[in-house]
Design a protein. Structure first.
Lengths: 172, 435
């Protein structure tokens, strides 16, 4: 189970990175194409879809790497016991909110599918297709948060903690 | 329910969640859900899905991961070393010498990395030991580093300007161009102050070296600077000239950065995948915050809070100047415990209609807010730059903050200058549209 989950998060992060490469390729192709007089149809739509996929596929990976920023100023000097309660509460809040988000993003995909919505660009794409990565990405984040809730109930430190001290150097 | 009560409840809920360590993006979504719930909306989930889908597929936002990736690639080359070696011979004639290298290499490095903490860390790791070895004043070395590290926020391509542009629906290309002159203004203020300080405090500078740098070695040094200056010039020039959109310029920037890294031999599979995972983390974090902010803005719109605030400001007939003074204090206070991007997105959700009501240009406001966020990066207790330099030098944070104080005041001066002469911001974007 452990290895499966770790692979899932890593695969999700890998897909996110691939999407960033894909955006670069689409847009470079568009520029090159303009120079030689051919166009990449709906390049803007496709890079937008790849962007959404990059953001949402990256969620779980970023979460476990402590990449999502938060304010630690107030809580950093609390005692171990109060930190435990605080961290568990924050995770449970996250679990509730992200479960809500998972449900409704899946619902969005379902509605786009049954109403057969298509994009309005040059190439019309059934809109549920690019929406699937969004729902999947949030679902994997949901699993990652649940994973950490269970870890905390078993008195282990949540995954993101290990990376949080180096956050100041990396972000913003 | 009474709107004043709802507004206060939401503000308290937001502060409480942030203080308790809820991730900023989730806090934004959470407040949005609560706001819609309090307004009696029964389509919360649907609104969440459509707003998030719309916010995360926007074309102009595609520039964000690409510029972040470009920075991550260049970050792993010998760029910072080359900057140091390339700039030193050119600046040896100015009073203050190597201190200017701190300022300029931060300015240039910041332009490509788009991150002020990473800039301060990378440049500082190299210049601080050198400055110390040559006998420069510690305080000034730390101060110039802390101050110029913040340049990364303003000098395009700037991540925070993309965030503002997407959230406030202002053209990112125009924002980039608008940031160029104020960025130069800041660099010259910093360098001017350093010259002035060097002339007054000769005893805190190294006495001995009178070495003259030959013209030939200057030209040789220029070779080190050329690739990176070329890349920045190319990216900005193509946006200004209207040849490419910011997104396209970003894609070209990635290709250029990969090329530079390849030529200098710092590109291999591990550095490639490290740069990509770095880009995934930063752009995913920012993308999620933007989606949260978009949802919150929507919820605020349903509640009518920004409109009410704008009307309230209208009734008080505050002058734009006075409003800006209040906002500056508010932002610096917010910036004391939030990072720059969160300050910007929170502001856009609530303050923007008020700003428009007061007749302030949104393009100008974008540059203004970035300058104010820069100030907050070097104010205790939570200036990100202060933390970085603290961990770099081992000095306590108050010492670093005191050393950075003159630069805080210089940024404040720059804010006053762009208020008195808004043309500093608007001239270039205006001339861009006329062609």
């Amino acid at each position: 189970m452990r290895t499966f989950l770790d692979k899932l998060y890593l695969a999700s992060g890998f897909l996110s990175g691939s999407c960033i490469v894909l955006i670069t390729l689409i847009i470079t192709a568009q520029i090159v194409g303009r120079m030689f007089g051919f166009i990449i149809p709906s390049a803007e739509d496709f890079s937008g879809y790849a962007l959404a996929a990059a953001t949402f596929f990256g969620l779980a990976y970023t979460f476990r790497q402590g990449g999502h920023i938060r304010v630690t100023l107030v809580i950093q000097n609390w005692s171990r016991a109060s930190r435990y309660i605080q961290e568990l509460m924050v995770l449970l809040f996250g679990l509730a909110l992200v479960s809500f988000m998972t449900f409704y993003s899946a619902h969005m995909v379902w509605e786009s599918y049954i109403f057969e919505e298509v994009s309005s660009g040059y190439v019309s794409v059934p809109i549920w297709m690019p929406q699937v990565p969004v729902a999947l990405g949030i679902l994997v984040l949901n699993i990652a948060i649940l994973d950490d809730v269970i870890a905390m109930l078993r008195r282990r430190a949540p995954s993101y903690k290990a990376h949080e001290s180096e956050l100041h150097l990396e972000e913003v | 329910m009474d709107m004043t009560f709802i507004s206060i409840a939401l503000a308290v809920f937001m502060l409480l969640m942030l203080a308790l360590g809820v991730w900023v993006s989730l806090a934004l979504f959470g407040v949005g859900v609560l706001g819609l719930f309090l307004s009696g909306n029964d389509q919360i989930g649907l609104l969440f899905a459509t707003s998030t889908w719309g916010a995360s597929t926007s074309w102009s936002l595609t520039a964000l991961p690409l510029f972040i990736w470009m920075g991550e690639i260049l970050f792993r080359t010998r760029l910072s070393e080359d900057l140091f070696k390339g700039l030193s011979p050119w600046l040896s004639g100015l009073p203050g010498k190597l201190l200017h290298v701190n300022v300029l290499s931060c300015g240039i490095f910041a332009a490509v990395s788009g991150s002020s903490a990473a800039t301060a860390a990378t440049i500082g790791r190299m210049t601080l030991p050198e400055l110390k070895a040559q006998g420069y004043s510690d305080k000034m070395a730390v101060g110039t580093l802390a101050g110029s590290g913040t340049l990364g926020l303003l000098i395009p391509p700037s991540i925070i300007l993309i965030v503002y542009g997407v959230a406030a629906e202002v053209s990112i290309g125009r924002l980039f161009i608008a940031g160029a002159l104020p960025g130069l203004l800041l660099v010259s203020l910093f360098m001017g102050y350093t010259v002035f300080w060097a002339l007054l405090n000769k005893d805190e500078l190294p006495q001995h070296d009178k070495s003259h740098v030959s013209f030939a070695s200057k030209i040789k040094a220029l070779r080190l600077l050329l690739p990176i200056m070329g890349l920045i010039g190319f990216v900005l020039g193509s946006i200004y000239g209207g040849f490419t959109t910011p997104t396209e310029a970003a894609a070209l920037g990635v290709v250029g950065a990969l090329f530079l890294a390849g030529v200098t031999g710092s590109l291999n599979l591990s550095s490639f995948s490290e740069s990509l995972t770095g880009a995934v983390k930063s752009s995913c974090m920012i993308g999620m915050i933007l989606a949260g902010a978009h949802f919150l803005t929507l919820a605020m719109g349903f509640l009518g809070i920004p409109r009410a605030l704008a009307e309230w400001i209208g009734q008080m007939s505050l002058s734009p100047g006075l409003l800006l003074i209040y906002l500056t204090v508010l932002f610096v206070a917010l910036g004391c415990f939030l990072d720059g991007i969160s300050v910007v997105v929170l502001t856009v959700a609530v303050v923007l209609p008020m700003v428009q009501q007061a007749g302030i240009d949104l393009l100008w406001f974008g540059i203004y807010i970035v300058l104010v966020v820069e100030m907050s990066q070097i104010t205790p207790p939570v200036g990100f730059n202060l933390f970085v330099i603290q961990s770099l030098t081992g000095k306590d944070i108050l010492y670093v903050a005191r050393a950075a104080l003159p630069f805080f005041l210089l940024i404040l001066l720059a804010v006053v200058l762009i208020y008195l002469f808004p043309e500093i911001v608007t001239y270039l974007p205006m001339s861009m549209t006329q062609r």
